[in-house]
Design a protein around this ligand. Structure first.
Ligand code: GLA
Length: 374
């Protein structure tokens, strides 16, 4: 079989932080950096993966798959989890050889792991000559995270990576799993700034936050926090331990903000979306405590720049990147000022990426990646 190439982008969460596993609403984009797999079939059962970035190879077999644990290299877990999914469906008939490379900064909260899963998903589809429904493929990636990487994530990352669309925001209702593309107004773009603080969700904070949300839903007697509005949560505040109330208020407020942002977009009120992004970050500080000093600094600096109308942390939190809503023709100027401010304060230049909403995972015929500027 001839070699083929697939490309899966990273993603940025525009609004709707930690709502996905609470069956809430999310707004996201696929970004213009991504993970590429050059793949081919093997006749035996062996799995051969090579990471060009890490200059490391891994070899195993379809018949002996298990989650890898440190000190072993753990990056193959995301591919192995997908291989397991294809095997469970009865599609994995023979081994494969994948060469992986990426332009997604690792630890920036831009879903390098979901990109690797979804790139693997498309690669396995191609190699086995089958088509798996997009939502099923996204769920397979989520299961890979749960069972192979140990992170109890929702579906935001996989759906955004797989179904993102050029010039559109991806709206996801994580209860019905309805996915809609909302057109993104011309003249605006997103600037993503990596704080340089590596976010690692495998550290346990993520799963802890999820447990607190589940505890809140249990005390409130509902299936999950999607059933609660901010007003209702406030009315029943006394029933919850303070910490549990604050943890719950964040995703509940975020789902309300995503709903408002959809109205903003429908009426061309882009400033409204920007304001909701600032509110979202404040809620991370006040309620969810998943921000950090560097992210707060970046959001405060962004607030002072005339080119920017909204900024917040994007993704899991505890480090990683901010996403900034910026006038397109002033994005380069904004990026430069922000790098300068950050460097003056912290003594190092942050990675900056100007990314309009980009295309989701696909079989590659033409290279479409940009490079990061440092
Ligand atoms: C990480 C998880 C997602 C989602 C976000 C927070 O990216 O993988 O499922 O929960 O954090 O919104």
């Amino acid at each position: 079989m001839k070699e083929f190439e697939v490309l899966a982008p990273g993603r940025a969460e525009v609004l709707g932080n930690h709502t996905d596993y609470n069956e809430g609403l999310v707004l996201s984009i696929a970004i213009n950096v991504g993970t590429r797999i050059v793949g081919s079939a093997r006749e035996d059962e062996s799995l051969l993966f090579h990471s060009e970035g890490l200059k490391e190879s891994w070899q195993g077999s379809l018949s002996e798959m298990r989650p890898l644990k440190e000190p072993e290299a753990t990056w193959p877990n995301y591919i192995l989890g997908m291989a397991q999914g294809f095997r469970d469906l009865g599609h994995a008939k023979h081994g494969v050889e994948f060469r992986v490379s990426t332009t997604i900064p690792i630890g920036a909260g831009l879903s390098s792991s979901a990109a690797l899963e979804m790139a693997s998903g498309l690669a396995f589809q191609n190699v086995y000559g089958v088509t798996v429904d997009s939502l099923e493929l996204a769920k397979m990636g989520q299961k890979a995270e749960h069972t192979y990487a140990g992170v109890k994530c929702g579906l935001l990352d996989q759906i955004s990576v797989l179904m993102g669309k050029d010039k559109h925001l991806t709206f996801i209702d994580c209860r019905s799993l309805e996915v809609r593309h909302l057109s993104f107004p011309e003249g605006w773009t997103f600037v993503i700034i990596h704080s340089g603080v590596n976010h690692a969700l495998t550290g346990g904070e993520y799963n802890e936050r999820r447990e607190a949300c589940e505890e809140a839903a249990k005390i409130l007697g509902c299936a999950n926090l999607r059933d609660v509005t901010p007003g209702e949560l406030d009315e029943r505040k006394a029933e919850l331990p303070d910490l549990v109330y604050r943890r719950a208020m964040h995703p509940v407020g975020e789902t309300a903000r995503v709903a408002q942002s959809v109205s903003c977009l429908a009426t061309g009120n882009i400033e409204g979306l920007g304001k909701l992004m600032f509110d979202s970050h404040q809620s991370s500080i006040d309620y969810f405590e998943n921000s950090c000093e560097e992210l707060d600094f970046l959001v405060e600096q962004a607030r002072q720049q005339p080119q920017c109308i909204g900024a917040r942390l994007s993704g899991g939190g505890f480090g990683g990147a901010t996403i900034n809503l910026v006038r397109e023709d002033e994005a380069a100027e904004f990026a430069e000022v922000m790098q300068k401010r950050y460097q003056e304060h912290y003594g190092k230049k942050p990675l900056v990426l100007v990314s309009p909403p980009s295309m989701g995972a696909h079989l590659e015929d033409e290279p479409s990646l940009t490079t990061l500027s440092r």
